[in-house]
Design a protein around this ligand. Sequence first.
Ligand code: CMP
Length: 140
Amino acid sequence: AIERTLSIIKPDAVAKNVIGKIYQRFEEAGLKVVAAKMVHLSATEAGEFYSAHKERGFFKDLVAFMTSGPVMVQALEGEGAVLKNRDLMGATDPKKAAPGTIRADFAESIDANAVHGSDAVEAAAVEIAFFFPGMNVYSR
Ligand code: CMP
């Protein structure tokens, strides 16, 4: 099915100047950028976006990292977009990410892991609405 997923290019990858290289991977995999913006998140915004992880030990570091510089946020659309984007990203921990994935190629650590991607279609709708509240995410 045609899906949408929410992607974030994190502060480490923005600082490395690889936004274009990462977009190229999306495009070559058949994922289309249908909304995009660069933002520097506040701690409140980052904490709200990652509220599912609030009780985790890494939450504070996660919010600190995600507010350490600008991020590039995009909604991607395509056949099986959620899983396709997760395949492109590779494992959360770049040390475990398969060769040729975004995290294997551009990320340094589990915190500075270059990209975020929604983990399910339902989460994608919530995450897209968070960043792009005007978008119609109920198109089917
Ligand atoms: P992301 O897909 O953005 O979702 C939550 C983030 O928390 C994750 O990527 C990692 O960058 C970060 N994180 C830090 N430590 C962990 C951990 N132990 N397990 C999962 N995510 C972690």
